[in-house]
Write a new protein. Structure first.
Length: 220
């Protein structure tokens, strides 16, 4: 039982580890590996919290440690990745735009730590924003600096906005499953066959908030 109790902590460590690895890859100009490392960190972030709830071993320490790991993996790492990939040649402007990612991620995570409402997330969750930024690098679509700047500003704003996003933490699969969760799971399927669709679940989730699809009552 003691070993089981440490598993969520170990998974959070791996989240942090791959966030750090992403930074190292970015500094070494291995940008695809840096982006993939962020995706791996997202995977560990998803399962550590779920496992903690299943084992009923969540704690204040675990929640704080998870947020600290997230600021590295989903704030600093994607900020450095985007700067290295798209804005390195634009001097102070590139630094300022790229810095919005870790700054807004930190604000988002600080607010999450004191947020008591468990029915929805207020603001775009940092793993989603990090997934979008990592997808931009993986797809390598040759964004202009103007388009890239607009995307960074928009996603950073959504993180600190009051836009509501679905929270699937308390889903009871013995009852009706929310339509938003079904759509999100379906959006993962294309990426299982073609990695070029890795962006899809992150974009679908982002749209949920923009179109007000966070209400728990939307079920099938």
């Amino acid at each position: 039982m003691r070993f089981l109790n440490t598993i969520p902590f170990i998974l959070t460590v791996f989240n942090l580890l791959f966030g750090f690895i992403s930074i190292v890859f970015s500094l070494d100009s291995q940008l695809s590996y840096a982006a993939i490392s962020i995706m791996v960190a997202i995977f560990f972030d998803i399962i550590d919290g779920r496992l903690a709830r299943i084992l009923k071993i969540s704690s204040n320490f675990g929640e704080e440690f998870d947020s600290l790991a997230d600021i590295v993996s989903f704030g600093v790492a994607p900020g450095i990745l985007i700067y290295t990939t798209l804005f390195k040649s634009y001097g102070l402007f590139g630094i300022v735009i790229s810095s919005l990612i870790p700054i807004c991620s930190a604000i988002r995570l600080a607010r999450f730590n004191i947020q008591k409402n468990t029915n929805y997330f207020s603001g775009l969750p940092t793993p989603t924003s990090a997934g979008i930024f990592a997808s931009m690098v993986i797809l390598n679509m040759g964004y202009s600096v103007y388009i890239a700047s607009i995307l960074v500003i928009l996603i950073s704003y959504l993180m600190i906005s009051n836009v509501r996003y679905p929270n699937f933490k308390n889903i009871d699969f013995n009852e009706k499953v929310p339509l938003t969760l079904i759509l999100l799971l379906l959006s993962v399927v294309p990426s299982m066959f073609d990695f070029n669709y890795i962006f899809l679940p992150f974009v679908v989730y982002l749209i949920f908030g923009l179109f007000g699809l966070s209400k728990e009552k939307q079920k099938v």
